[in-house]
Design a protein around this ligand. Structure first.
Ligand code: PHB
Length: 389
């Protein structure tokens, strides 16, 4: 009997295949929602789609906390995951500096890195083993600038002083100026826990028609809302606009009514009426409770896990890095919660729609209500520009 069991165990382990995925994300600090949202989306997708994996194939997630924008920490965690734990895929990464620090490792170790956030355009150019399932700031901020130019003559910009912030500032400026708007001032604030009041006061004194803000989504977005209201910028007639990071879905209840009327351009809203999104949000609330709402990081992680399932299925659980990248480059999903998505085979970056949204009350709850699709199948505009240079 013992020998029989042993034989069974041996033959099982010979046929069973575990794909190890190293997840690096932010689980602590003001942007901790990134870790939680990503983790919940990964787990929910796995739970609902387990039967779609080839027989005997399992996924194992090894999850690590980088604590925020800490490139050295992210590099060290990724290195341990690759060298010691022998992960076959890397995934996650909220912050651009962390993704930049992990890129050389993905190349040297030939481990595909599937990004679920990190939105600075240049990131994907740092390794042929990166594919991005999130967004770029250029994708949202060019159409935001074009839209704003039709409504407001003079705008001010306020961004977090690091790569995605300077991308947002440049992209908004490009769209806004092309549409005839004038940027009358630009200010950059520290990435970590800035005192926003002096910067906001400077903006108020300049009397722009609109203020475009990018800060990392999470507690920082709520701080922006509060300071904007406390210093009376809204009451002074200044309109707050930005990419959707500043009205991230999960923080709306903490922001309160000061967020009402804030207009953003983004690729994902939990309030979107698309059937695929309704199914996603319903499944989420069933799993995590009615008071939990998936944000854009959850949507990106959901799509990324669908793509991971695809590459695992196609290779029957035996991950070859180059074949994986070929599969990711050809990846398409016409029916993601955010609408149709694809990976651009040339750049390995996400192609998606951008929606104009306004914070409104829906059934008594604040929501990013999608008003119109302002751009369809958008490739990263920064990369398109580089090609023409
Ligand atoms: C980034 O560091 O790339 C980043 C972080 C938070 C965001 C967007 C982009 O909300």
């Amino acid at each position: 009997m013992k020998a029989f069991l042993l034989a069974c165990a041996l033959s099982f382990s010979a046929s069973a295949q575990t794909v190890k995925i190293g997840v690096v994300n932010t689980f602590t600090g003001p942007a901790a929602a990134f870790g939680e949202m990503t983790d919940r989306a990964f787990k929910l997708y796995q739970k609902l789609h387990e039967k779609d994996l080839p027989a005997g194939v399992k996924l194992e997630l090894l999850t690590r906390d980088d604590g925020g924008p800490n490139p050295d920490k992210a590099r060290q965690l990724a290195q341990e995951l690759v060298v010691r734990d022998r992960v076959q895929l890397l995934a996650g990464v909220a912050f651009t500096p962390n993704a930049m620090a992990m890129a050389p490792l993905a190349t040297e170790a030939r481990v595909p890195l599937i990004l679920t956030n990190a939105g600075t355009s240049v990131v994907t150019t740092r390794s042929p083993y990166i594919a991005r399932f999130s967004f770029t700031l250029w994708q949202s901020c060019v159409p935001l600038g074009e839209w704003a130019a039709k409504k407001f003559k003079r705008a001010y910009t306020l961004v977090a002083d690091y790569a995605p912030g300077t991308d947002a500032e440049a992209a908004f400026g490009q769209g806004y100026k092309a549409g005839g708007g004038e940027v009358i001032g630009a200010v950059r604030v520290p990435v970590q826990n800035p005192d926003l009041a002096p910067y906001m006061q400077r903006v108020k004194d300049a009397k722009p028609d609109a203020l475009m803000v990018f800060v990392p989504a999470g507690k920082m977005s709520t701080a922006v809302m509060k300071t904007f209201a406390d210093l009376g910028l809204g009451a002074a007639g200044i309109k707050l606009i930005g990419p959707g990071d500043i009205t991230t879905d999960e923080e709306l209840p903490n922001m309160g009514d000061v967020a009402l009327g804030v207009t953003t351009v983004f690729h994902y809203s939990a309030a979107a009426e698309r059937p695929a999104n309704k199914r996603f949000v319903e499944a989420w609330k069933k799993e995590y409770g009615a008071s939990s709402t998936p944000n854009f990081a959850a949507a990106a992680a959901w799509d990324a896990m669908a793509a991971i399932f695809h590459v695992v299925r196609e290779q029957k659980g035996k991950i070859d890095p180059d074949r994986t990248m070929e599969l990711l480059k050809a990846y398409k999903n016409p029916d993601s919660p955010r609408g149709p998505i694809a990976i651009d085979p040339e750049t390995r970056d996400i192609v998606q729609n951008e929606y104009l949204r306004e914070v409104r009350k829906v059934n008594g709850q604040l929501a990013n209500v999608e008003l119109e699709t302002v751009a369809t199948a958008v490739k990263d505009p920064w990369k398109e520009m580089q090609k023409k240079k």
